[in-house]
Write a protein that binds this ligand. Structure first.
Ligand SMILES: Cc1cc2nc3c(=O)[nH]c(=O)nc-3n(C[C@H](O)[C@H](O)[C@H](O)COP(=O)(O)OP(=O)(O)OC[C@H]3O[C@@H](n4cnc5c(N)ncnc54)[C@H](O)[C@@H]3O)c2cc1C
Length: 472
């Protein structure tokens, strides 16, 4: 009998598996898809690797947010590439701004553009460094409106948070601050694809005698005497364990526990009634060799003054993120030609609704036309920074929230799991515990999405199990 069974091999599931394996606990991870990694997995087309949910990571320098966690997980051994000192460029209606790594440098850089807001910037940067759980109840947008009298600056500091869901009425300051702060500490890209991360974690689990089984979709969980007892897979296999961790969307977990009397209606309602974050449209570009040089910063381009509207309505595309991929051969040895770049923009679920009953590869011409149109709109915006970019594209692969729904089982293809709402923090932020004492949650829907948020939660999930195993 494995001691801990993990449902889902996203980053959170694999990190929990690796941490517990390091503590001598036997782990079995069950993954529905034919590849582990969830949003961290990459795919190969025409000899090149493309990532699905990894562009950049913050806080990897010693003493910063993720460093010690990544050392513990063995992930600091991977080839991380520090980004440019000016790591994020923001262009709003043709006006250019840059974000510099380091809180002071970030603040002084923006204060040069907005000298009348220097004090406000100082207090903003201070708040980013001292965010607490109380900020789950604070509305990020209201907070920004209070401290910044200059509307343009409010939008500039928010622009790179496109990678979370910028909803003025609900986004908690806690989430907004975490999305900004670790990247300001220091920003990094991986040289190589997300599978490096996945393989490292899978190796840690397997070398300790654990298992990561793909093509193993869990369809139900059984309860015995008030504890989770076993899971059943779609092909009929069943597995028992002492502890269970769910790295899947909490609403999907609720569907698995329909036969568990201890998982009461109130818990189910909390997990199934919460809204999902919006998904992303991604155009992954393969560029002609030699057409463009690598650049070590992201670019966020908006053609509207208000960057806080896209989660609801982004048709036609109002803003785009450009993320260049570090060349496999590195950037220090002369050849800095850029072969791959992703263009990302939020895509609310209602834009996908017409194809909700279709599956990958069978969505028809209307869907293809939508993807083409979105790509053209993203490219048109991107050309504000890279004139002639469309002519440099050799190949383009697109994905929408439907892609994420079908490959990862994320409801409505939400890119960042369940929405957090500052108006109801008790209902939208979750503890890692569940009504079954030996069933725990992990992953991006619990507290915070992204690599930092998921990693923090994985440590919390594992500490609950380790404390219990030490008690026994
Ligand atoms: C387009 C995009 C870009 C992103 N870019 C970044 C970035 O640059 N930096 C950053 O920090 N974060 C980024 N993120 C966010 C980050 O990728 C995610 O927050 C994180 O990877 C989520 O991990 P997770 O553990 O919650 O699991 P998930 O990735 O959601 O994986 C869950 C796994 O569970 C499996 N599963 C589902 N149901 C079952 C079942 N019944 N049985 C067994 N297995 C099941 C799925 O197949 C999947 O493998 C991005 C996300 C997206 C969508």
């Amino acid at each position: 009998m494995s001691e801990v069974l993990i449902i889902g091999s996203g980053l959170g599931g694999l990190e929990c598996g690796a941490l517990l394996s390091q503590e001598g606990i036997r782990v079995r991870v069950l993954e529905a898809s034919n590849q582990p990694g969830g949003c961290m997995q990459s795919f190969r087309r025409g000899g090149l690797h493309y990532d699905t949910g990894l562009h950049y990571v913050g806080g990897l320098a010693p003493g910063q947010a993720l460093h010690s966690a990544f050392v513990r997980l063995g992930l600091m051994e991977l080839p991380w590439q520090r980004m440019d000192e000016d790591f994020d460029y923001v262009i709003i209606q043709g006006r250019h701004f840059t974000f510099r790594q380091g809180y002071d440098a970030f603040m002084h850089g923006l204060a040069n553009d907005f000298p009348h807001q220097r004090e406000a910037l100082q207090s903003f940067v201070h708040r980013l460094q001292h965010v607490t759980a109380a900020d789950m109840e604070v509305c990020a947008y209201d907070y920004l409106r209070q401290i910044f009298s200059d509307e343009l600056l409010l939008n500039v500091v928010s622009a790179a948070a496109m990678k979370t869901e910028l909803r003025p009425e609900s986004l908690p300051l806690f989430n907004f601050a975490h999305t900004c702060s670790s990247y300001i500490e220091s920003s990094w890209r991986l040289r190589g694809d997300g599978n490096l991360l996945v393989d490292k974690l899978v190796d840690t689990i397997r070398s300790a005698g654990g298992e990561v089984l793909t093509n193993s979709k869990v369809v139900s969980l059984t309860e015995k005497e008030g504890r989770a007892a076993s899971v059943v897979c779609s092909d009929g296999r069943s597995f028992e364990a002492e502890y269970f961790i769910s790295d899947i969307h909490p609403a999907s977990l609720c569907r698995l526990t329909e036969e568990c009397p201890s998982v009461r209606k109130s818990f189910r309602r909390r997990m199934t009634s919460a809204q999902n974050t919006c998904g992303m449209f991604t155009a992954q570009l393969r560029l002609k060799p030699g057409a463009l040089r690598y650049f070590g910063h992201n670019v966020f381009i908006y053609n509207e003054p208000n960057v806080w509207t896209m989660a609801e309505d982004n048709s036609p595309v109002k803003g785009v993120m450009l993320s260049a991929r570090v060349p496999d051969e590195g950037i220090d040895d002369g050849d800095c030609s850029l072969r791959q770049m992703d263009l990302l923009t939020p895509m609310p679920w209602h834009e996908c609704e017409a194809w909700k009953d279709t599956r990958v590869g069978h969505r028809g011409d209307g869907y293809k036309a939508l993807c083409r149109q979105k790509t053209e709109q993203c490219l048109a915006l991107a050309e504000q920074y890279i004139p002639g970019l469309s002519g440099m594209v050799e190949q383009c692969y697109t994905s929408t929230p439907l892609t994420y729904r079908d490959y990862l089982g994320s409801p409505e293809g939400g890119a960042f799991g369940m929405r957090k709402d500052c108006r109801m923090p008790m209902l939208s932020f979750h503890s890692v515990t569940t009504p079954l004492p030996n069933l725990l949650l992990t992953g991006q829907s619990v507290v915070l999405p992204g690599i930092e948020g998921v990693t923090m939660t994985a440590f919390e999930t594992c500490s609950k199990i380790l404390n219990k195993t030490k008690e026994n």
